[in-house]
Design a protein around this ligand. Structure first.
Ligand SMILES: Cc1ncc(COP(=O)(O)O)c(C=O)c1O
Length: 375
């Protein structure tokens, strides 16, 4: 670990943290700013909730939109992408008789969320080493005349691929597309949400943009904004989108208030320069691990993310959810926080690269893996 950078976070120095993507890690400066926001509220809760929070939340929301290159009134604050998916499903009135397309690379909660509303899931299936066109075709072929929504991970959760979202949207039109961009804010350079041709886009600010947990942005195309309502109807009832997402009963708003502090931390950690540095480190780290394991690069024509990358485990290792979980526990006990992933009958490790990682993290993992896998 780069000690000077790791010390800016609260991370346990006894562990090698190679899984920033899962829940992020909040820099100490951001946690302290969040604490100060809580103290300001506690000094005069009545004044805070009635008079101060609406403007402060609007400021945080607009800072999030600016960071994402979006107009101020296009983007609402929600707690996380999981909530954003539920908001979109509610807004579209998805229910029994409807179908929603997800992919075999998608994060599970999106599917569960629409299934909970009685809709049927169809899964677009493509291989880890597929070409971009294969992925687009898989989505297009899964659409039927009952399809109400297509959910596409912009950076896929188990496999860390950067999917060709705009091409998928064009191929499934006029079915609306929701982009699950949980890992995207602060990690995917060149993002231009409005040019993707999608209906909805939701990204977490608490993963790679260093905001406190839980803070996320939900963008909707103009024609869909009116239909979107918070899951809980509260004080902001009657307000227009996106203000109506700001105040939802008596909850702890400090995570959203800390968004500008998270974005400042992202800048101070090096902004896009840091993201490019992490991408190079990750390529190098993945090579070290592959060499130690003697496995080939499992990826094909779909690019991998700057922040996350799969390496293949030897044949027969972590090929099921259960054996991946057992390996996770063994790695964790040895001090390595890195998730094994069972995908398509093969086992992988999903490596991450955050500003606090250095080459030594991957080198030590590479050195430890052969013995750990034998165990
Ligand atoms: C692609 C993707 N979508 C959604 C999520 C869920 O994020 P949250 O728990 O913040 O809603 C994750 C979590 O890692 C993810 O990888």
């Amino acid at each position: 670990m780069r000690r000077d950078i790791a010390e800016l976070f609260e991370l346990d120095p006894a562990l090698t943290h190679l899984n920033h993507g899962a829940f992020g890690a909040v820099p100490r400066s951001v946690r302290e700013a969040q604490d100060r926001a809580r103290v300001r509220i506690e000094r005069a809760p009545m004044r805070a909730f009635r008079d101060e929070l609406p403007a402060q939340l609007a400021e945080a929301r607009e800072a999030a939109a600016r960071f994402l290159g979006l107009p101020p009134h296009s983007t609402a604050l929600v707690r996380n992408v999981t909530e954003a998916v539920a908001v979109v499903a509610q807004g579209l009135g998805i229910g029994p008789g409807d179908e929603v397309v997800v992919s075999n690379h998608g994060y599970l909660t999106a599917g569960w969320s629409v299934e909970a509303r009685g809709a049927r899931l169809r899964t677009a299936v493509f291989a880890l080493d597929a070409e971009p066109d294969d992925a687009v075709a898989a989505f297009a072929q899964s659409v039927t005349d009952r399809t109400r929504l297509v959910v596409v991970d912009q950076i896929t959760s188990p496999t860390a691929l950067v999917l060709p979202v705009a091409a998928v949207a064009a191929a499934v039109a006029p079915v609306p597309v929701l982009v699950d961009a949980a890992h995207v804010p602060g990690s995917l350079p060149g993002l231009d949400v409005e040019s993707l041709g999608v209906a909805f886009w939701a990204g977490n600010l608490h993963k790679w943009a260093y905001a406190p947990r839980a803070a996320a942005a939900l963008w909707a195309a103009p024609q869909h904004r009116e239909s979107l309502r918070p899951l809980v109807t509260s004080w902001s009832h009657g307000l227009p989108y996106p203000e109506r997402f700001d105040l939802q009963g008596t909850v702890d708003h400090s995570a959203c208030l800390g968004i500008p502090d998270g974005l400042t931390a992202w800048e101070q950690l090096g902004g896009w320069v840091q993201v490019e540095r992490n991408a190079e480190l990750l390529q190098h780290g993945a090579r070290l691990v592959r060499t130690a394991l003697g496995t080939p690069d499992p990826l094909g024509g779909i690019p991998s993310a700057h922040c996350l990358r799969l390496v293949a485990l030897p044949e027969g290792v972590a090929t099921t959810t259960e054996s991946a979980e057992a390996l996770w526990q063994r790695l964790y006990a040895a001090g390595f926080v890195v998730p094994p992933v069972a995908f398509g009958g093969r086992g992988y490790l999903r490596l991450a690269a955050a500003p606090y990682n250095d080459e030594d993290d991957y080198a030590r993992l590479a050195a430890a893996l052969p013995a750990l896998l034998e165990g």
